[in-house]
Design a protein around this ligand. Sequence first.
Ligand code: 4AZ
Length: 277
Amino acid sequence: MDTGRTIPLADKRNFSMLTRVLAGAAALAAAAGLATPAAASTPPSPGAEPQVVGGTRADQGEFPWMVRLSMGCGGALYTDQIVLTAAHCVDRTGADSSITATLGVVDLQSSSAKKVRSTYVYRSPTYDSTGGDWALIKLASPVSGIPTLPIAKNADNNSGTFTIAGWGAAQEGGAQQRYLLKAEVPFVDDSTCQSQGGDYADLKPDAELCAGKLDTGGVDTCQGDSGGPMFRRDGAGEWIQVGIVSWGDGCARAHAPGVYTEVSTFASDIAAAAGKI
Ligand code: 4AZ
């Protein structure tokens, strides 16, 4: 895949789906023990190599609601039986037992990982028209003892410094990761994000949030982090989800911020859908 080129907007969804297939293949390779050492087999020493891009290893239990999905995406536990992820990580709304969620571990190969099958997928009905890259995955049974991540219901926390985390590539075009990586990225306002040009000119300001180190790059989500949460602490000091990893022009490039679903815009839709599935 040529990730060095700007993805035309019309092709973005196809690009995401291709990415998902590739990420899934990488995850399968890792599960089968076929991955390169950088991907999985040797526990890396924290801080020794570039990590999410430009991050570090998360501690066990630090972000307990982080979920890895078997198609090669991330997610966050929204209720004890529903995972919030990206619409572009799933195909359609309907019964679906094809997805396995891995929960409760930073190490995907840990023997204490909880693995639960999906029963149903709800894909945002507006994603293909007005935007809203979010989806819900219902699990076959509730998980116990794993905290959920509350979603932002208003825009109060839609700026500042955000935390990102995932098992996706630690560099553009790189391997999926065995250990959960984390990093911090600054908010980029809508008009600055749009003025980066290319796909960014078509940013949907109410539906999408941008974040990244605009001038230097170097820290970002990347392939396979899609669907995972972007979060920060709210005024009460509690973690709150403000974004869902959606897209970007490559990974960690200067003047190419990560783009995230603006969760607060869709909070009532998400809650309503979760109440029905
Ligand atoms: C992806 O394809 C993806 N740099 C996720 C995040 C970003 C780009 C691509 C943002 O999953």
